[in-house]
Design a protein around this ligand. Structure first.
Ligand code: FES
Length: 245
């Protein structure tokens, strides 16, 4: 088994699970099914490991000889995090692949970006799969339209240890560290820092840490470097911490 570098479950299974570990599975759910007959244009939008079900659908469509146009917009943290890179490079010409790497480009999903690729996107059958923050933005762009089907996942709620204080230097506010992510703690303090995916993919929430130690909830790594840029949606302060928010 291979661990998805963006993933939490696959990394846990590869690195931590042992024979005898009990894994509970739930029923598959959601609206990720294809209509019959197939429309002549399809739009897929995915983020991070949300690409997996989308690739599965694209493979099935191509195997069935689908000759319509598929637009495939995918967000991955960086090229190093791109799953299925070789397969994506070899898709046939009727599949228009657009890969966006927020770490490099600073771009994340906006309705304007989507309308540049597919000007009439609200009228095109669309499937979107990715982190909850991305899906919320896509749902807002479709404004309740019936062409959008979604699947989403959330970052598991990992908690740190409460203790010390968190200082939001721009706001001039200090609050007791509750052990949740800095994004959640900032919001609990009434602040509105920018965010996108809330899952460490899009870099929209990158903020400057002036001092203190933070733990990455995805990797468990701690960093005590002063003056570093961190993604506050996946960073938990360990003790005192000061962030420019
Ligand atoms: S990396 Fe996307 S909101 Fe933090």
């Amino acid at each position: 088994m291979r661990a998805n570098p963006d993933g939490v479950v696959s990394k846990y299974l590869v690195e931590c699970a042992r024979p005898g570990t009990i894994v509970h599975l739930s029923q598959a759910a959601g609206g990720f099914t294809m209509p019959e007959p197939l429309p002549h244009r399809l739009l897929f939008i995915s983020g991070g490991s949300g690409i997996t079900p989308v690739m599965s659908m694209v493979r099935t469509l191509l195997r069935r000889g689908y000759g319509g146009t598929i637009t495939f917009l995918h967000y991955a943290q960086s090229p190093a995090h791109q799953i299925f890179a070789d397969e994506l490079a070899e898709l046939p010409p009727n599949v228009h692949v657009h890969l966006v790497y927020p770490e490099q480009s600073g771009r994340f999903f906006t309705p304007m970006e989507l309308s540049r690729l597919v000007p009439d996107y609200p009228d095109v059958d669309t499937w979107a799969c990715g982190p909850a923050g991305l899906i919320e933005k896509i749902q807002a762009a479709y404004d309740g339209g019936d062409k959008l089907r979604v699947e989403y996942f959330k970052t598991p709620v990992l908690r740190g240890t409460a203790g010390g204080d968190v200082t939001f230097t721009k706001a001039g506010a200090t609050a007791a560290n509750t052990g949740t992510t800095l994004l959640e703690q900032a919001e609990a303090a009434g602040l509105t820092p920018e965010f996108g995916c809330r899952m460490g993919i899009c870099f929209s929430c990158t903020s400057h840490k002036a001092e203190g130690t933070v733990r990455n909830v995805l990797t468990g790594e701690e960093s005590s470097l002063p003056d570093e840029d961190i993604r506050i949606c996946v960073s938990i302060p360990v003790g005192n911490c000061a962030v420019e928010i």
